[in-house]
Write a protein of this length. Structure first.
Length: 549
């Protein structure tokens, strides 16, 4: 017991079994009870009571789960007066009322109850409409209670200011260049799942610490951006809740299905949405959405990613699970002199071109790759991946030309032949024809009078190798190091099964998601049998093997 009714009541609700909860909820209760048992912390119940009294101005009352996180995030202090949980992550299913929560929290912290003057609050989101959502909630509360509120606040469509504390509430958009130099007491991130990198986040957080009791509040559902800030935060939260790492002031409140199969039992939906019991109309809407989801799981993937907080990457049409994709991030040994198969894939030279080398050592595949991107492609704005970050890591090259010249991937392959035994190149016939001259100059040709080291790939070749690709992923025996670009490529691909059970690959979403790097690896995999066993013994035992270059 913590001695705080708002905290203890919610813990009791979780333990009661009245409604299903995901595994992270009892884990969080354990964490909170452990903190109050082992540390010198206290809840300022007088302050909390004053905060809760402010609910009378709002058109809603906080739910038990909201009172729970509010008390821990805003009124729980260490002995030295510092906040015990200055950072809050609340990942709950769409419709749970997370914007209402943050509206109340921000309104409360502007008031003298907070005890910190000039406690400015910035709400950040990737779009102006999203950033304005909670701001406008507070604005509407002030408008609805105007006679009384005019004594305490001044406001317009861009700023809300408490007259006594001079604390201000503003909303911010995704333009990081104009947001430096602030001195906020608190920053909010609305729909954190939309962030693809940390540039905006770092700018937003730079000013924290210049005011007493700095806070950060993250409210979000899950989403379709993989390997971004939210995935990293979830991984950190899981480590905290499992007891494997210290919380460092983060309160991780996670609500989601424990298993994607639970989606077929509507009672399990309460795991993802702790407010669902109070919203019968929302439940009716979700039931209709579920019927659409059953008919077209990929077309209605947001039902899983945002309602259930289990993203589409887990759906059965995907190439493999996200966990298996993450398992590729392991150290690559020194492969110099080893035999490999090269692969190339692209849709158009005005888009992405990917090339790579596939090695086999024992049962493990190692993949080294590079990508070229046409920077002048007008459709590039649709791509939801931090290409600049990948370029800085050396994973891709931005080419500021009308198309990517074939000389670039050909030259890259020629460079690799000087270091590795690149025995064959796998590429489909159409793409080979467009690059034939450049590949020949790089030492790759299908003319039998010469090397004849190009293998033309057909859909039937991919059908034959697809079970092996699936097996290697399932056994976590594909390694390409810390390569977020390859993780993105692979997570964008789906399996397509024909009437005879044969599998090929396609894109989960054709316009904004790319699979070129994954398909280049699959192309190379179709020829992997040609070098099986070569790298498991000394080259001295293979006097007839030609090492090109």
């Amino acid at each position: 017991m913590t001695g705080c009714k708002e905290i203890d009541d919610y813990i009791a609700l979780v333990r009661s079994g009245e409604y299903p909860v995901c595994r992270e909820q009892p884990q969080l209760c354990d964490l909170v009870e452990r903190v109050f048992r082992d540390e010198d912390v206290r809840v300022n119940t007088g302050q909390l009571e004053k905060y809760m009294d402010l609910q009378k101005y709002f058109p809603f009352q906080l739910f038990p789960w909201e009172k729970f996180i509010f008390a821990l995030h805003n009124c729980t202090y260490r002995a030295n007066g510092q906040l015990r949980f200055p950072d809050l992550m609340a990942m709950v299913g769409r419709g749970a009322g997370k914007n209402g929560y943050i509206s109340f929290e921000d309104f409360a912290l502007l008031t003298p109850v907070n005890g910190v003057p000039y406690y400015h609050i910035d709400i950040f989101a990737n779009s102006e409409d999203q950033a304005k959502t909670s701001f406008e909630d507070v604005y509407n509360v002030l408008e609805a209670n105007e006679p009384k509120m005019r004594k305490h606040f001044e406001w317009n469509k861009e700023i809300i200011r408490n007259k006594r504390t001079r604390s201000e509430l503003k909303f911010r958009t995704a333009n990081a260049k104009t947001k430096t130099g602030g001195r906020p007491g608190k920053v909010d991130f609305d729909e954190y799942h939309q962030y693809e990198n940390y540039k905006m986040i770092e700018v937003a957080e730079t000013g924290l610490g210049k005011k007493p009791r700095p806070r950060k509040t993250i409210i979000t559902t899950n989403g379709d951006v993989r390997d971004g800030p939210l995935d990293h935060l979830i991984e950190k939260a899981e480590g905290i809740l499992s007891g494997g790492m210290p919380d460092n002031g983060l309160l991780p409140f996670i609500c989601r299905l424990d298993d994607k199969k639970e989606v077929d039992d509507s009672r399990m939906w309460h795991k993802a949405n702790p407010s669902l019991r109070y919203f019968p109309e929302l439940l009716a809407v979700m039931e209709r959405e579920y019927e659409n989801y059953k008919l077209d799981k990929l077309g209605n993937s947001s039902f899983m990613s945002m309602r259930m907080n289990r993203p589409h990457g887990d759906v059965e049409d995907g190439v493999t699970s996200w966990e298996n994709i993450l398992a590729t991030n392991r150290e690559i040994p020194d492969l110099e002199g080893y035999s490999c198969i090269a692969g190339i894939d692209y849709a158009q030279t005005t888009d992405f071109i990917a090339a790579g080398l596939l090695f086999e050592l024992g049962d493990f595949w190692y993949w080294l790759s590079h990508t070229w991107v046409c920077a002048q492609n007008p459709a590039l704005s649709r791509v939801r991946f931090p290409l600049t970050d990948a370029a800085e890591k050396g994973l891709l090259t931005m080419v500021d030309l009308p198309q990517v010249p074939a000389e670039l991937p050909a030259a890259w392959l020629a460079e690799q032949r000087a270091k590795y035994n690149v025995t064959w190149l796998a590429i489909d016939n159409y793409r080979k024809m467009l690059m034939a001259k450049e590949l020949r100059e790089a030492g790759f040709d299908d003319d039998k009078r010469y090397l004849a080291n190009i293998r033309t790939i057909r859909p039937s070749d991919i059908m034959l190798v697809a079970p092996l690709v699936t097996s290697r992923f399932a056994d976590q025996k594909i390694i390409w190091g810390d390569n977020p670009l390859m993780r993105w490529y692979t997570n964008n691909a789906k399996q397509i099964m024909d009437a005879k059970g044969n599998v090929t690959y396609g894109k989960i979403e054709p316009k904004s998601r790319k699979t070129d790097g994954f398909m280049a690896m699959v192309a190379a995999a179709t020829q992997i049998g040609r070098i099986q066993g070569w790298n498991d013994r000394s080259f001295d035992n293979f006097p007839d093997v030609v090492v090109y270059g």
